[in-house]
Design a protein. Structure first.
Length: 258
């Protein structure tokens, strides 16, 4: 059906039919359930793993350096993002322990404001990545740097309105950075290995995120000073990502990557 739909869209006819596919691959009803055990399924999955899918990502020096930096950015953001967003409540409680709980409608209002302010970030990034002398690396680097700066600024005042403004700026520039990162990553990898490179980067992002609770647990002791540490680490990681982005050797704007 898919092949026929493609042919119809291109105003062509195809000789491929269900009967021909069955002749090549066998009849569907002939397929038997192998009844593999869980261990056999795991072994089969492991046997499919091959470094042949990864080695092209390091085919030459420039690509190897770019791949390494890109995976570092994925991992660092994976740790930085939850350090701020997931432990924000503990920080607010530590800096003002005698304050009454924030009403739910205020919390949801703030979340809505942050989401609305953050949404245009990706749209603006879609425009700036095409600007001369800015491109993918410039847009991503500037947004990562400003995310780190606003995270540090977030901690200088306990005023709720000030913190909401800083949170909105963080959400805005985070969306810019994520939008470019998801688009830039597959562009830099060879076409046959794009899913492998992007998948490894995304996997490192999730694995690093699992370490965020460990950083927060050993840093937050109830005092306002220690409660700021996860946010400082988050800001520092975003600034590290900015440095890594500035060192990326490949710019894909206006280039046909293969």
């Amino acid at each position: 059906m898919v092949v026929r739909a493609i042919a119809y869209h291109n105003k062509k006819k195809t000789w491929i039919s269900e009967e021909i596919l069955n002749e090549i691959g066998g009849m569907p009803e002939d397929a038997k359930d192998e009844g593999l055990s869980n261990m056999e399924i795991v072994k089969r999955s492991i046997s499919k793993f091959s470094t042949k899918r990864i080695s092209p990502l390091f085919a030459y020096k420039q690509l190897a350096f770019n791949t390494t930096l890109l995976w570092m950015i994925w991992a660092a953001i994976g740790l930085a993002y939850p350090l701020f967003n997931a432990f924000l409540v503990q920080y607010l409680q530590a800096i003002n322990p005698n304050a009454p709980p924030t009403p739910n409608h205020i919390l949801y209002r703030n979340y809505a404001i942050e989401s609305v302010i953050g949404c245009p970030g990706s749209a603006i990034a879609a425009y700036t990545v095409r600007l001369k002398y800015v491109g993918r690396r410039g847009t991503m680097g500037i947004s990562l740097m400003l995310t780190g700066v606003f995270l540090f600024l977030f901690t200088i005042s306990p005023d709720a309105s000030f913190q909401l403004g800083m949170s909105c700026m963080v959400a805005f520039f985070q969306n810019m950075a994520y939008g470019v990162l998801y688009a830039y990553s597959p562009e830099t990898f060879p076409a046959p290995n794009r899913s492998t490179g992007t998948g490894i980067g995304s996997g490192l992002n999730r694995l690093a995120g699992l370490c965020a609770p460990l950083v927060a647990i050993y840093s937050v002791s109830g005092s306002a000073a220690s409660a700021k540490l996860p946010i400082y680490v988050s800001g520092a990681l975003f600034l590290l990502c900015f440095v890594c982005t500035a060192c990326l050797p490949i710019e894909t704007m206006g280039k046909q990557m293969i």
